[in-house]
Design a protein around this ligand. Structure first.
Ligand code: GLU
Length: 448
């Protein structure tokens, strides 16, 4: 096994959606390609908003998608580590207490903007005397804690974006601990990445600035640990809608849960998200392992990746058209769809449950659509008692000879009468499955 170890680190504060899953999938693909470890980390330090239900949902969704993890960690069980690191950073004066209220900070930022300055925290708290601090404390103010950046440029070789430099002088010292003592995401994430031996951090480009501050924090934590290494970074572009706008407002309806409920297959999601924003075309893969070989960061562009739900639905249909019965036998069983029916109708469905609609057409009762009664009545008389797959061609041939009809005029009234629909699977198969009795009745315009 290689030394590669990556993590997908969602916060269990909601359902995971296509945006999260793209990050999960890229991590998973990279780990698989490198023969490394894919870890799931539940970033549940916000205990007011994190729930076990959401965490369970993440487990279920990843398993459903085929993104199995080899290791798991839950941040709420690792507070001791964060406390140790925070204590050490405070001792080093790298984590300093600030007493400004949210309104005061807001006022400062407004003033800076009015003067044409970037809204970067002015580090006023560093100048507080211990007397001023105890005055604040006796007023009942609790400090929040900021990490002291070097104010130097930070550079890294991003596996997707190439060489990246961020000047930390243009970035506010990040708050690592809130007034109420809660750790914000940065410290636990870096402590864990070092402690758990994460070799590559793969995430969205909305984290690029965070990465600059985290690189500095990583350096400190590695020296505190006396062990560990700086991970490599890959920041992928974010998804936008078909209209080019950000997806954030629509993500609720693009949760994995919602897509599953709409009949989207997991393979459609993984096939689509694995190739979106890459130089490879999107194509259907019924086996997620087939996506591994073609995966490479070098194929990923910096432009936003266009997510079009309709395109995903088309891919879903293509996947179903190629899905062997054995892969879906359990789900079809509950709909009473057998192999014969599946193989006959799968080329004409958009979602798996459509197979049940065809089952109803074949074995249930339908209202035939009759446009040309004399013709379909005539056809009924030609239906033999035992139907096999050649019976349809024979029937059509006989009717052609008898009536002189051709093409659509010849077969469409029959299809409409027999299935009630203009489109559908090959009639030779449907006709055989519908059987002589039902076929005659439907051709005569009777509900059957
Ligand atoms: N919990 C973080 C998030 O959901 C993880 C980001 C990261 O990959 O570092 O944004």
């Amino acid at each position: 096994m290689s030394s590669v170890k990556v993590r997908f680190a969602p916060s269990p504060t909601g359902k995971i959606h296509v945006g999260n899953v793209r990050a999960a999938l890229l991590n998973w693909l990279f780990a698989r390609k490198e023969g490394g470890v894919f870890m799931l980390r539940s970033d549940d330090t916000d205990q007011a908003r994190s729930t076990k239900e959401f965490e369970g949902g993440i487990f279920r969704d990843l398993a459903w998608l085929g993104l199995e993890h080899q290791e798991f960690a839950r941040q709420s069980e690792r507070f001791d580590l964060y406390d140790q690191a925070a204590r050490w950073l405070k001792d080093q004066n790298l984590l300093y207490p600030c007493y400004e209220s949210a309104e005061e900070l807001d006022r400062k930022r407004k003033l800076q903007r009015a003067r044409g300055l970037p809204p970067v925290y002015d580090r006023a708290a560093l100048d507080l005397t211990s007397e001023q601090r105890s005055d604040y404390e006796s007023e009942g103010r609790r400090p929040h804690w900021r990490f002291k950046l070097s104010q130097l440029p930070v550079s890294w070789e991003d596996l997707i974006r190439g060489s990246v430099t961020v000047d930390t002088a243009a970035v506010s010292d990040p708050v690592l601990i809130r007034e109420d003592g809660q750790y914000l995401y940065t410290l636990p994430s870096c402590v864990d990445d070092v402690d758990l031996g994460i070799t590559h951090v793969i995430r969205g480009e909305d984290h690029v600035t965070n990465t600059a501050t985290q690189v500095e924090l990583f350096r400190r934590l590695i020296s505190f640990n006396g062990d560990g290494a700086m991970p490599s970074f890959a920041h992928h572009s974010l998804l936008v809608g078909a209209d080019g706008q950000g997806l954030s407002k629509r993500l609720g309806s693009l949760s994995i849960d919602a897509l599953r409920a709409q009949g989207i297959e997991p393979q459609a999601i993984t096939s689509f998200l694995a190739r979106l924003g890459t130089s490879d075309p999107v194509s259907p893969h019924t086996d997620i392992d087939d996506l591994v070989e073609g995966f490479s960061f070098s194929k990923m562009g910096r432009a936003p990746a266009r997510f079009d739900l309709d395109e995903m639905k088309q891919l879903n249909a293509k996947i179903l058209h190629e899905t062997p019965f054995a892969n879906v036998a359990d789900r079809l069983k509950s709909m009473a769809v057998n192999e014969d029916l599946w193989e006959s109708v799968k080329g004409n469905i958009e979602k798996l449950s459509d197979a049940a609609d065809w089952l109803a057409v074949v074995h249930g009762e339908i209202e035939p659509v009759i446009g040309d009664k004399p013709y379909t009545d005539e056809a009924a008389a030609f239906v033999p008692d035992d139907l096999d797959e050649s019976s349809w061609a024979t029937l059509v041939e006989q009717l052609k000879d008898k009536t002189g009809r051709k093409g659509k005029q010849l077969f469409m009234p029959l299809r409409l009468a027999l299935t009630g629909q203009e489109h559908g699977p090959d009639m030779s198969v449907l006709f055989r499955m519908i059987g002589a009795e039902k076929a005659r009745a439907r051709l005569q315009g009777k509900r059957a």
